[in-house]
Design a protein around this ligand. Sequence first.
Ligand code: MG
Length: 174
Amino acid sequence: MDNMKNFEDNERLNNPKKQNIIKEKLAERGVNLMDIAALTYDLQKPYVPTITIDICLEHVNNVLLKREIQHAILVGIELDVLAEKELLSEPLLSLVKGDHSLFGVDETIAFSIVNVYGSIGLTNFGYVDKLKPGVIGELDGAGKREGRCNTFLDDIVGAIASAAASSIAHRYTV
Ligand code: MG
């Protein structure tokens, strides 16, 4: 009975069916999960010397199982796509298209991803948000091109990598 209850509770938090939709959405926007795993690897290598890129990828996949995280990703990507199609109304359209540094809601969506994984996720997100390593910097640059909007996507990717780093920290740090 207890096992059954644990299973049901787990399925409330996780949604394996939607995980594939999320992966497809990220791929459509040019995001490779390996690139996210590479960010996670760089974040955790100093603390977990035995870490491998495959372990990082596994934790990235686990992050994408969480229902609340899936919802944040769906909202963020949708707003980027609607901005590219000019389907948002003003003043939101200009704020999202212009990736204004004081807009702030892109980071708030990212917080709703890292919050699921506690304070290590939050501090790592602040770190990658400032430095924009790897694919985060590429997405940020690509989003400044005409007809392209990655205002939410770069933060979403940083948050997934940071959440996976936190997941690894909780699993491996002694
Ligand atoms: Mg942004």
